[in-house]
Design a protein around this ligand. Structure first.
Ligand code: MN3
Length: 211
């Protein structure tokens, strides 16, 4: 199987002013593409596992041949993580949650809202915990909202391109806090990037993943 860059579900400038067009373009066409290329290069050495779904490889990383294990973890993780990340964002004009400050503070409704309230108390507490975790990631990594094996929601962070799938967790929202995700617009101001990102969260996709 040859992995390919998934189609971006919106234009590079669609998330402005929260995520700038140049960052989106470089992040997608350079960073994500490199993960795809390096994953394909690693799997060429082991055609016997090349047809397995990426989730399966990441979910049982110790079963991946040792000579490409780190490459699959880093580049396979990078491909999987970014493929999710793009879908968890949507143009700010597409939903009331993103444009109306009161709705933004209230968060998503429906089963997503209920699951968040059950796990964190209310949306404000969830948002605080998620943003706090994202601010605290040291160096490069990701912050995630995941469904644990017992069905409860939890906020976790992973270093580098490690996937929650490797820990047996189901990701339903993620935020890339590598510097390449925000440096062009926000420089060292990661907290500002995190607060901006809430405006473009695609809650419909979160609900879909929650299932
Ligand atoms: Mn990235």
């Amino acid at each position: 199987m040859k992995y390919e860059l998934p189609k971006l579900p919106y234009a590079y400038d669609a998330l402005e002013p929260y995520i700038d067009a140049k960052t989106m373009e470089v992040h997608y066409t350079k960073h994500h593409q490199a993960y795809v290329d390096n994953l394909n290069a690693a799997l060429e050495k082991h055609p016997e596992i090349a047809d397995k779904p990426l989730e399966e490889l990441l979910g049982a990383i110790d079963a991946v041949p040792e000579d490409i294990r780190t490459a699959v973890r880093n580049h396979g993780g990078g491909h999987a993580n970014h493929s999710l990340f793009w879908t968890f964002m949507a143009p700010p004009a597409t939903g009331a949650v993103q444009t109306d400050p009161a709705a933004l503070a209230k968060g998503p409704g429906g089963k997503t809202g209920e699951a968040i309230n059950a796990a964190f108390g209310d949306f404000g507490k969830f948002r605080e915990e998620f943003s706090g975790a994202a601010k605290k990631v040291f160096g490069s990594g990701w912050t995630w909202l995941v469904v644990r094996k017992d069905g409860a929601l939890a906020v976790i962070s992973t270093p580098n391109q490690d996937s929650p799938v490797t820990q047996g967790l189901k990701p339903i929202l993620c935020l890339d806090v590598w510097e390449h995700a925000y440096y062009l617009k926000y420089q060292n101001r990661r907290p500002e990037y995190i607060e901006s990102w809430w405006h473009v969260v695609n809650w419909d996709e979160v609900a879909k993943r929650l299932g």
